[in-house]
Write a protein that binds this ligand. Sequence first.
Ligand code: HEM
Length: 139
Amino acid sequence: CGSKENEPEPKLYDRMGGLKGVEGFVDVLMANVAAETNTSNSSMLRTHTPLLTDADVPARLARLRNNFINQMGEATGGPLKYTGMTMLSAHKGMMITEKEWSVWRQAADASMATNNIGAKERAELAKILDDMKDATVGH
Ligand code: HEM
């Protein structure tokens, strides 16, 4: 009794707080990116202009949020299923730069901090994002 050694660790999804946790992470990340694109010398405005100039921005943002939540929910081991584009096709043609990537990643790190995600969980989530870098940057 008392030993937890043989108990499987709960999935990252559950350790992040399940659906509410994933939604919190995505919503604050999107808010951080939106705040960044509001500045005149924004690093991410170039890539986000097509989205921001769409006649139906709310629908476009809602679709992005939904896809992003499903993608993170699936990647963290939760019951969600991502049905959006591959990371390569989603970002193809944007020619995302290292600088843009690092600003986006800082927005993600800031969201993890705002959501009080634990240090271990932050590292695991960061790895999930960093593993997607090659498919996202420079295409
Ligand atoms: C690991 C990092 C990233 C992840 C997981 C991610 C995830 C996604 C997802 C799930 C979509 C929607 C795909 C679909 O509609 O089927 C998307 C689209 C998009 N992403 Fe990313 N992304 C990442 C990095 C970036 C970076 C660094 C930028 C720009 C600096 C960026 C800009 C965009 C833009 C502008 C769209 C298009 C939205 C639209 O057209 O409605 N992404 N991304």
